[in-house]
Design a protein around this ligand. Structure first.
Ligand SMILES: NC(=O)c1ccc[n+]([C@@H]2O[C@H](COP(=O)([O-])OP(=O)(O)OC[C@H]3O[C@@H](n4cnc5c(N)ncnc54)[C@H](O)[C@@H]3O)[C@@H](O)[C@H]2O)c1
Length: 465
C-alpha cells in the first residue's frame, strides 16, 4: 500500500489515477466520444484555449465543441491524437482540489500522408473532487497555453519512435480508426469478436486499394456529401481522377468538407477536382440546377450517387405526419428527383447508385418511417433500372448494414443498443464508410457494366439475422 509517497505534491495513488484519467480523456476526444469527453469537466467547466476565440463553458457547449471537432476530423479523414505527457499533480490546502500541469501535443495524420505535430501546448487544469467521476476528479477549468508558434513538425509514416512521447496515451496507427464504442460492448459474442487488436471483428477503416482506372476523367455528383459515406465516396472518386460535385443541404458543412477533401487528394497524381454546393434533395428544381451546375463546370455527368438521407425514430403508433412526410420526401422523392436530373443529361454508359439499407428488408423497431422509405428506394431502383435501361443508364443500389457514421451515433453512444445491434451482425462489428466505398466503385465502374437493377447488400450478413 504505497499510497503516501509524494509525487508532485500528491500521493502516488492520486498521481496514477490522474494520469489514467488524462489518458482516458485523450481517448475520448480522439475517438469522437463527445459526451464522455464533456463529462470529464464539471457541469460549469471551462475550456480556454488560444486556438478558439472564446472559452467553451458548460457541459452542453463542451459536448458540442467535442462533437464538432470530431466531425471535422471525420469529414476530412484526418486522424487526430491527443498526447498528454509530463503530468504533474499539485495538491493545495483544500483536499478536494488539485492543480494539474502537463504538456498536450496533438498529432494529425491525414490519410496516406505524414503525421504532423500540429500543437505543442501546456495545460493548466483545476480539478475538483467528484465521487461520481470514474477517476474521482473533474476538471473545473482548463487553460491551454501555446508554447511554440514554430513550424509544424512532420512525423514520417512508419517511423514509430517519433510518436513515442513519454507517457503517451495514444493508439498505434493501425488502431486509428477503430470505432470508439468498442470498449462498451456488452454482448458476449460481440465482445469476444472484438478482443485482440488484430481480430477481424474490429471496425476496419483503412481505405481499400481498389483501382478502377476506367473511372478517371468521369464526372460524378454525390448528394449528402457533407459528411459520412457521401464525403468518403467523393474522396474515393476524386482520388481516382473523377471530377466530383458534392452537394448537401448543410452548405457550411459541405463547403468545409469540399475544401478538406480537395486538400486530402491534392498530392494524388491525376486526382480529379472536388467542388461543393448546396442542394435540398426534396426540391426537384434544385436537383435539376445541381445537374446543370455539374455540366457547366465539368461538361457532363457520368455518375450520380443518391446518398442523402435521414434516419428518424418514433414508435410506429406515434409517427407524426411531419416525420413520415420528411422521410419519404428526402429518402424517396430525393432519390427519384436526383435520378431524373441525372438521366436528363447522362449519356449511355452512365451509372446511378442509390443508397438503400438493410432496413429495406429487415424490420428495425422504432424506425418504421425509415424502413419503409428504404424499401421504397430498393424497389424504385428496380423500376428506374428497367426504364432507364432504354437510355443505356444503369441504376443500382447499395444496402448497407450498420456503418460507423454520425447517423449511427445513437447506437454507438448506447452500450445496450450497440450490443443488440452487433448481435444481429454475423461479423459482430459495425462497417466503416471505407467498406462501402469498394462496392460503390464496383457498381459505378466498367466491372459492373452488365449489372443493373441490383440491390447490393453490404451488411456483414445482417439481412439474414
Ligand atoms: N450509416 C448507416 O449505418 C447506414 C446504413 C444504411 C443506409 N445508410 C444510408 O446511407 C446514406 C448516407 O448515410 P450516412 O450514414 O453517411 O449519413 P449522415 O447522416 O452521416 O450523412 C447524411 C448527409 O445527408 C445530408 N442531407 C440530409 N438531408 C438532406 C437533404 N434534404 N438534402 C441534401 N442533403 C441532405 C446531411 O446533411 C448529411 O450530410 C443515407 O441515405 C443513409 O440512409 C446509412
Amino acid at each position: 500500500m504505497a499510497t503516501q509517497q509524494p509525487f508532485g505534491g500528491v500521493d502516488q495513488m492520486t498521481a496514477v489515477v490522474v494520469a489514467a484519467a488524462y489518458a482516458r480523456q485523450s481517448r475520448l476526444i480522439d475517438s469522437g466520444e463527445a459526451r464522455g469527453w464533456a463529462a470529464t469537466f464539471t457541469a460549469d467547466g471551462v475550456f480556454d484555449s488560444p486556438s478558439y476565440p472564446e472559452p467553451v463553458i458548460g457541459t452542453e457547449a463542451l459536448e458540442r465543441f467535442a462533437r464538432e471537432y470530431a466531425d471535422r476530423a471525420r469529414a476530412t479523414g484526418v486522424v487526430m491524437r491527443h498526447v498528454v505527457s509530463n503530468l504533474e499533480a499539485l495538491a493545495g490546502p483544500d483536499p478536494a482540489r488539485l492543480m494539474v500541469l502537463g504538456y498536450l501535443q496533438i498529432v494529425a495524420t491525414p490519410r496516406g500522408k505524414d503525421s504532423r505535430l500540429v500543437r505543442f501546448t501546456t495545460i493548466e487544469d483545476d480539478l475538483v473532487r467528484d465521487e461520481r467521476a470514474p477517476s474521482g476528479w473533474l476538471i473545473a477549468r482548463r487553460v491551454v497555453r501555446r508554447d511554440d508558434a514554430g513550424p509544424e513538425v512532420v512525423l514520417r509514416v512508419g517511423h514509430r519512435p517519433a510518436l513515442s512521447f513519454p507517457n503517451h496515451t495514444t493508439a498505434a496507427p493501425e488502431d486509428q480508426e477503430i470505432a470508439p464504442h468498442m470498449s462498451t460492448v456488452t454482448s458476449p459474442a460481440a465482445r469476444s469478436a472484438l478482443n485482440g487488436s488484430d481480430h477481424p471483428g474490429r471496425v476496419q477503416g483503412a481505405p481499400m486499394e481498389v483501382v478502377h482506372p476506367d473511372l478517371a476523367g468521369k464526372v460524378a455528383v454525390v448528394t449528402g456529401a457533407g459528411r459520412g459515406m457521401g464525403a468518403r465516396f467523393a474522396a474515393a472518386l476524386g482520388r481516382r481522377g473523377v471530377h466530383v460535385v458534392g452537394a448537401d443541404i448543410d452548405s457550411e458543412l459541405m463547403s468545409g468538407t469540399a475544401s478538406a477533401l480537395a486538400e486530402e487528394i491534392e498530392q494524388v497524381a491525376g486526382a480529379g477536382e472536388i467542388v461543393g454546393t448546396t442542394v435540398d434533395v426534396r426540391d426537384r428544381e434544385a436537383q435539376q440546377r445541381l445537374a446543370e451546375l455539374a455540366v457547366q463546370r465539368f461538361g457532363q455527368i457520368d455518375l450520380w450517387i443518391n446518398n442523402a438521407g435521414i434516419f428518424p425514430e418514433a414508435p410506429a403508433a406515434d409517427i407524426p405526419v411531419s416525420q413520415m412526410q420528411a422521410t419519404l420526401s428526402i429518402n424517396v422523392e430525393g432519390v427519384l428527383y436526383g435520378a431524373q436530373a441525372a438521366a436528363s443529361v447522362m449519356k449511355p454508359g452512365s451509372a446511378i447508385v442509390n443508397m438503400a439499407s438493410v432496413a429495406a428488408v429487415r424490420v428495425r423497431r422504432g424506425r418504421a418511417a425509415y424502413c419503409s422509405s428504404k424499401a421504397a428506394v430498393a424497389h424504385l431502383t428496380e423500376c428506374l433500372a428497367v426504364e432507364f435501361g432504354d437510355l443505356g443508364i444503369r441504376v443500382n443500389a447499395i444496402a448497407p448494414g450498420f456503418v460507423d457514421t454520425e447517423m449511427t451515433r445513437w447506437v454507438q453512444d448506447d452500450p445496450e443498443a450497440l450490443a443488440r445491434a452487433l448481435d444481429s451482425v454475423p461479423l459482430h462489428r459495425l462497417g466503416s464508410p471505407e467498406e462501402i466505398v469498394g462496392p460503390m466503385l464496383f457498381l459505378l465502374s466498367e466491372s459492373a457494366r452488365y449489372v443493373t437493377g441490383h440491390i447490393l447488400a453490404v451488411d456483414a450478413g445482417s439481412r439474414h439475422v
